[in-house]
Design a protein around this ligand. Structure first.
Ligand SMILES: [Zn+2]
Length: 385
């Protein structure tokens, strides 16, 4: 319905009234209808009213209803005037029949405009389903992506996701997916990590090119693991992509299993390419000779959690790698919340040894920080010949 129709309906009605009344009331009401209808009638989806008085009532009603959604107390006087029924006289508090037009006349247009402005800017009115509030919804949608855009940044690291999850008890891996909406992939994801690696297809896989070099580093106890942040300049190249090394961290026992076998520990070297794709190199750690790089990291363990401590000596991440660089590869996820998928996993086939004492040192901090095995669910696993 348009404002022209409303005005036409109002003009078409005068047969019930005397010409004198039309001169006095009709002119004033038509002016009011012309201005109010242009502002307000679009809010009201119902058919036009049949008389002048009803037309005014219906035009005013949506403004008060919309305003009440955002500001209930202030809207009450207008709502009372607008909802006073013409056809139900017996209600005790109802004012005389002549009252509604007079009270409506007390509502200045600028006040209505201000109300409209409040409603259009009011966040709380979005869900009420009024026709005019579609505009509010569109405005709210425009603002939503801003907050969402920050989430991938928070989810950047395999082991530095937000708190409130744990490896056991009430916030353990079984309930990660229900702790926060952002963690839902932990529960419903179909390509989760870690997995028990078996039945891989043996192929001549392209070797991973490790472009690692000695550089500065800092150690942080994240509350979930010991993590080493490395200086820029380390990277791998695989499948035609270059991924920069961001950090590495440890799990005990190993998260990956090979044909069902679990290892004492593992280390995850977390990489990211220019487009944000993640690639994690996993090295399995078994009991044996001491590992020099691991000792360098342990020697720099911080006294406090969550505070990165810069080490004095440089560190070469390449010392963590086994001599044999053959690997398994599959697509999986981060193994900590939010369990983001699309992660390229490169699991070294040959384990690296660490001493019993080095394992004990880590166990003092984190005796168990491994996510349980996830379903492989028919995923392709490839392995180097
Ligand atoms: Zn990890």
């Amino acid at each position: 319905m348009s404002s022209e129709n409303a005005a036409a309906e109002a003009v078409a009605a005068p047969s019930r009234f005397t010409p004198k009344l039309m001169i006095v009331a009709g002119g004033a009401v038509l002016l009011l209808v012309g201005v109010l209808a242009g502002l307000l009638v679009w809010l009201w989806p119902q058919p036009p009213a049949k008389t002048k008085v009803k037309a005014v009532h219906h035009a005013a009603a949506p403004a008060s209803a919309a305003a009440s959604a955002a500001e209930p107390q202030a809207a009450e006087p207008v709502l009372a005037a607008a909802s006073a029924p013409d056809d139900d006289p017996p209600e005790p508090p109802e004012p005389p029949r002549a009252a509604p037009p007079v009270r409506l006349a007390e509502v200045p247009i600028d006040r209505l405009q201000r109300r409209l402005g409040e409603v259009l800017g009011a966040k709380g009115a979005v869900q009420t389903g009024q026709a005019g509030e579609l505009r509010v919804l569109a405005r709210s949608d425009r603002m939503q992506p801003v907050s969402h855009a920050h989430r991938p940044v928070v989810a950047a690291s395999d082991a530095s996701a937000p708190e409130h999850w744990s490896y056991g008890g009430m916030s353990g891996p079984r309930v990660w997916g229900r702790l926060k909406r952002e963690y839902s992939a932990c529960a419903v994801g179909q390509r989760q990590s870690p997995i028990d690696i078996r039945d891989g297809i043996a192929l001549d896989l392209e070797p991973v090119q490790f472009d690692y070099r000695p550089g500065s580093f800092s150690v942080i106890d994240t509350g979930y693991t010991v993590q080493v942040d490395v200086a820029a300049g380390n990277a791998i190249e695989v499948n035609g992509r270059r991924y920069a090394l961001q950090q590495f961290h440890f799990h005990r026992p190993s998260e990956e299993r090979i044909d069902g076998r679990q290892f004492e520990m593992d280390v995850h070297l977390v990489h990211r390419d220019a487009e944000g794709r993640m690639a994690v190199v996993a090295v399995l750690l078994e009991r044996g000779a001491a590992q020099p790089l691991l000792q360098t990291v342990w020697n720099n363990l911080p006294l406090e959690k969550h505070e990165a401590v810069a080490a004095r000596a440089p560190l070469d991440p390449g010392q963590l790698l086994p001599a044999d660089r053959r690997y398994y590869t599959y697509m999986g996820s981060m193994t900590t919340p939010p369990c983001t998928e699309g992660v390229l996993w490169l699991v070294m086939q040959q384990p690296v040894t660490v001493s019993a004492r080095q394992i004990d040192t880590f166990s003092r901090l984190y005796p168990m920080n491994a996510r349980p095995i996830q379903r492989a669910a028919g995923r392709m696993i490839k392995q180097s010949n």
